[in-house]
Ligand binder design. Structure first.
Ligand code: NAG
Ligand code: NAG
Ligand code: NAG
Length: 392
């Protein structure tokens, strides 16, 4: 016998694990089905869930406060040389609530890594990583460091394959090119061959660089993993090109931090032509796409607080906003630049969310992961089902 109780309205809410603050955000319909008697009921082990993982580029804050060429910080002597990729098991919080946090080892690569944006694709059963690497500049004859304040960083993209058994990233190759100039984000095509880099500025160093906040700047480099060759594929209309996400339909979404625009690009004859421009109304940093095709953006509701937080990260947390454009591919087709930009979460008083520069949404597990380049912690928000109080 199977009966239906409902449909019932339930509340979805984000619960910030750290503090238990509840955000009542969505109302959905939900249907309960009771289980019949006498059926064979299978154990949970019959339905293995893939061990889903989340990767993050991590380092110490003191190191980042010295060497962050993207943020005009060029003191490479302050580097702790401890940059690494950390991993957590998103479906297994564990008894300590740390989600099995651990570090990947590095194999076949002798230099230091100075990490920023990265992307991951599954290639022939293995996970391949494309990591932006802010190398300090070196004189290739003497091997001595050059003055980074003058010449800037010597940024490259490092490709690694993950050996899951030994938990080791094995180096595949270094992609070095003049077109990888002031890289910030990287987005890789489905087949792992083409990838696009955002350059956030037109200049590596110097006084004109700061004016780009007003005058605009930035470009997109298109690279090939097989040949290691790159070229500038777009250099007009950017305003601090920052986060980038690649959609399966071939579109690239680029966050322009200074203008708050998300520009939409398509590869045509080796050029990444701009086909649309969406105004979010916020300074925005990184972008990500979730499994349902929703675009998620980390936004700054208070830029001054963010600057303060970057200078004193242990004591100052800036307010954070997470924006979403649901099903962006379909919305773009229907509404063009008038797609609906909604707020997924916001923390005006900086109670629970970090000074966020990156937000990732887990559509299957109903979780939101927030982190920041100058944040000493990450926050995991959980979407919970809440039954309404019974009516009397
Ligand atoms: C650079 O970092 C080193 C090591 O932390 C520090 O001793 C030095 O004072 C810094 N230099 C500048 C110019 O801030
Ligand atoms: C931006 O987000 C993407 C997608 O989650 C991630 O792969 C990348 O490392 C992030 N970059 C930065 C600089 O946070
Ligand atoms: C930049 O890095 C590449 C790749 O390691 C290297 O070949 C080149 O000599 C470096 N240039 C400078 C100025 O550091």
């Amino acid at each position: 016998m199977a009966g239906i109780l409902g449909p019932r309205a339930i509340f979805w809410a984000f619960i910030v694990l750290a503090t238990g603050v509840i955000y009542r955000t969505y109302i959905h319909n939900f249907i309960f089905l009771t289980l019949g008697i006498g059926r064979e009921i299978q154990p949970i082990e019959d339905f293995p869930r893939p061990a889903r993982k989340l990767y993050a580029a991590c380092n110490s804050l003191d190191s980042r406060k010295g060497w962050s060429p993207g943020g005009n910080l060029y003191n490479f002597s302050a580097r702790s040389r401890t940059d690494h990729i950390a991993v957590i098991d998103v479906d297994q919080p564990g008894s300590d609530g740390l989600y099995g946090l651990r570090q990947l080892k590095i194999g076949g690569y002798q230099d230091d890594l100075d990490l920023h944006g990265f992307d991951v694709r599954k290639i022939e059963g293995r996970l391949r990583f494309w990591l932006i690497n802010y190398r300090p500049p070196v004189d290739h004859v003497t091997g001595e460091f050059l003055d980074a304040l003058v010449v800037g960083a010597n940024s490259t993209v490092e490709m690694f394959d993950l050996d899951e058994i030994s938990n080791t990233l094995e180096h595949v190759k270094t992609v070095a090119s003049e077109a990888i100039f002031t890289p910030n984000g990287v987005a890789v095509e489905e087949n792992g061959l083409g990838f696009v880099i955002t350059n956030d500025h037109n200049t590596k160093t110097g006084t004109l660089r700061d004016l780009e906040m007003l005058s605009g700047g930035g470009s997109l480099a298109y690279c090939r993993s097989d040949t290691g060759k790159c070229h500038i594929a777009a250099d007009k209309g950017f305003s601090m090109a920052n986060g980038i996400a690649h959609n399966k339909n071939g579109y690239y979404y680029v966050a322009n931090s200074a203008s708050g625009l998300i520009t939409v690009h398509k590869l045509v004859n080796d050029e990444l032509i701009q086909v649309e421009s969406i105004n979010t109304g916020y300074p925005i940093d990184n972008l990500s796409l979730d499994a349902d095709g929703n675009l998620i953006a980390a936004a700054f509701p208070d830029s001054i607080a963010l600057v303060k937080s970057s200078m004193d990260p242990y004591n100052v947390v800036a307010p954070a906003t997470v924006l979403a454009i649901d099903d962006i591919a379909n919305q773009l087709e229907t509404y063009g630049k008038n797609v609906k930009v909604s707020k997924l979460a916001e923390d005006r008083d900086a109670k629970s969310l970090p000074s966020s520069t990156v937000a990732v949404h887990d559509a299957k597990g109903h979780k939101l992961f927030l982190a920041g380049i100058f944040s000493p912690f990450i926050t995991i928000c959980e979407q919970r089902l809440q039954l309404p109080m019974p009516k009397r």
